[in-house]
Design a protein around this ligand. Structure first.
Ligand code: NAP
Length: 299
């Protein structure tokens, strides 16, 4: 199959490097974003600009959205100037944002009525994974559409998995976000306890990183945390959003998620402290406030 023109909407922390990777892989790319500076950067790199989702839809064989939350996706897909008014029958829409499975299913159903092929396709791997094109991509939708879209996804990630029908990608992502949240909370408690006892946090990271406690999250975020660097790779308010999605799914399915619920409340405290735009690893600051200690390295 010939390479389709790819449309990309949502050029934030994740979307911008992903769009660059599509250009690097030789895709003709048309981009749109609410604020325009990232659009200009992509145009300089070889993409061209559109001014609405409908315009993106009219020019693309496959459109990727990478937006903050469900309401943003619904507006971009179904709003007055939405994709639904531009995409032709047979075109593919791949939503890579993290949103509630129920919203993903609803939006896809509306576009499918117009003959558009839809995948929910959230990602894991963070900003670095987006930059290096090593994302883990979890896909819900028809297997045939997955196979059609796969070459495009291969420009963005390494582990690309068809998880099941529409909504299944978002369900897997909801599970993923439990694990990531718990790794963050576990690392935070360990660092705060050690710091209060007078152990240098860099020693803790070194030792924990060499044993069963090792985690990719700790490897990626630990060194930043102990330097007090909370510039966002993944904004705390977006992880809070994800835990709400997870708990909602648990409530709908009758699955108690007590530990995720507790960590959600810690994120709620972080947001209440005005730190929602900080990185999600800033969760440690809630525990530091409680213990009246800061887990910062002396180096
Ligand atoms: P982000 O930095 O806030 O980027 C979101 C982008 O969407 C921004 O550029 C924003 O434009 C744009 N946008 C919002 N509403 C729009 C609209 N109506 N029309 C056009 N553009 C619009 O968020 P992110 O970190 O890239 O995350 C994006 C999604 O990926 C989220 O669902 C998140 O949960 C998920 N995710 C993130 C990570 C991570 O590590 N960051 C990892 C895995 C998954 P403005 O410039 O105007 O704000």
């Amino acid at each position: 199959m010939e390479k389709p023109v790819v449309g990309f909407i949502g050029l934030g922390i994740m979307g911008k490097p992903m769009a660059h990777n599509l250009l690097r892989s030789g895709y003709a790319l048309v981009v749109h974003n609410r604020s325009r500076s990232a659009v200009e950067e992509l145009v300089e790199a070889g993409a061209w600009a559109a001014h609405s989702p409908a315009e993106i839809g009219r020019q693309s064989g496959l459109v990727i959205t990478m937006l903050p939350d469900g309401p943003d996706v619904e507006q971009v897909a179904l709003g007055p100037d939405g994709l639904i008014h531009g995409l032709a029958p047979g075109a593919i829409w791949v939503d890579m944002s993290t949103i509630a499975p129920a919203v993903a299913i609803r939006a896809a159903a509306a576009l499918r009525e117009k003959g558009v092929l839809c995948l929910d396709s959230p990602v894991s791997g963070g900003e670095l994974g987006a930059i290096d094109a090593t994302l883990s991509i979890m896909v819900g939708g028809e297997a045939e559409v997955f196979n059609q879209a796969r070459p495009v996804l291969e420009a963005l990630g390494q582990t690309i998995t068809h998880c099941g029908p529409s909504g299944a990608g978002q369900t897997v992502k909801a599970c993923n976000q439990i694990m990531v949240a718990l790794h963050i909370a576990g690392m935070a408690e360990a660092l705060v306890l050690g710091a209060k006892a007078g152990v240098d946090p860099s020693v803790l990271l070194q030792v924990l990183g060499g044993g069963l406690a090792q985690s990719r999250l700790m490897d990626a975020r630990g060194p930043k945390v102990i330097r007090g660097d909370f510039a966002p790779g993944f904004k705390a308010r977006l992880h809070f959003k994800d835990l709400n999605i997870t708990l909602q799914a648990g409530a709908e399915l009758g699955v108690p998620l007590p530990v995720a619920g507790l960590v959600r409340e810690l994120f709620s405290a972080l947001l209440a402290a005005g730190r929602g735009e900080w990185d999600h690893a800033a969760l440690i600051t809630v525990l530091e406030d409680l213990a009246r200690v800061e887990a910062r390295t002396r180096e």
